[in-house]
Design a protein around this ligand. Sequence first.
Ligand code: NAP
Length: 344
Amino acid sequence: MAAATGETRGASSPPVPQAVRAVVRERYGPLAEVLHLTSLPVPVPGSDEVLLRVRAVGINPADVFLATGRPAMMRATMGLRRPKHVGCGQDVAGVVEAAGSAVSHLRPGDEVFGEIGIARGAGTLAELVAVPASVLAQKPAGLTFVEAAALPMAGLTALRALRVAEVGAGTRLLVNGASGGIGHMVVQLAKGLGAEVTGVCSARNAEMVRSLGATRVIDYASEDFTRSGEYDVILDNVLNRRLRDVRRVLAPQGVLLLNSGNGGRVLGPLPRMACGYLASMVSRQTIRVFSTTSATREFVELADLVDAGELRVVVADTYPLERAAEAFTRVATGHVAGKVVVTL
Ligand SMILES: NC(=O)c1ccc[n+]([C@@H]2O[C@H](COP(=O)([O-])OP(=O)(O)OC[C@H]3O[C@@H](n4cnc5c(N)ncnc54)[C@H](OP(=O)(O)O)[C@@H]3O)[C@@H](O)[C@H]2O)c1
């Protein structure tokens, strides 16, 4: 069992334990069956990493996909029969315990937040994790650890979506899935850019979406957003409508962003994305997919937006580490208003 020593600058207290509690899954399957609490050795950070004392972990739909192994196509990279890495969780907020020798922007005692990304081995659902310093930024002073842990992946996706589609003053933007993790942040950021935002969500969350800056809210149970209106940009976080129906309300030179892991059990959203790509080739409408790899620079931007009062993080609920499977199950419903966070 390794202790966090070597080429790191450590904090004086508290002492680093020999093992830490962590939530892992050794196989894919139903969330309640595969996610369990265990004890792991304390990781040893590399020279460009920090040892982080985790205080909170935001749960995203991607964490659910990675635990269940659905859609199955992602097993091609994450492990065909069983996960290559047992760790779970990507978003994180915590306190730097020790910093590798090559880390210049973080020191022991710093309160930070960030996202490790699915390709990295370790999960963030552990008391101590080794995290590359390049995916962490100082936590906004006005946010709790819980709020900061809810920010990274959803905030980054919201930021990138608006940039990719060049949303600005006067843009008519429709967000399908406006009340969830990404939706509730994109609505606020778009409003800040001067866009005219229409949000689609359940009636239960309509008031929240309106209060975050949507000019108009469509309750998907009583109105079909593909039947009327015209939008310059559509961010589709749900992918529950036919492509040709969504394109009907997209402006002739509009941009449609396909942003969801939802779809069939094997290929997930891939067939729809392929159709979107082909349709884009023979149309003036742009249909795009975009990905988000985390980087400190954009987390600093998000922190600045929070500090400036332009972005508020809504946390629907928190769960302690030992109830992490319940947090995942809640996210899997696809009906969380804001974010769900696991606390340590
Ligand atoms: N491009 C990337 O790199 C990237 C990064 C992160 C995530 N994603 C993807 O983005 C998607 C959204 O993530 P998220 O964290 O925002 O999910 P989420 O928190 O689960 O939000 C889901 C949203 O969908 C709404 N919704 C559910 N059923 C609906 C329906 N029938 N019609 C319209 N809206 C409906 C929910 O509203 P109600 O609760 O009001 O029903 C809620 O607003 C996920 O599939 C995820 O895989 C992509």
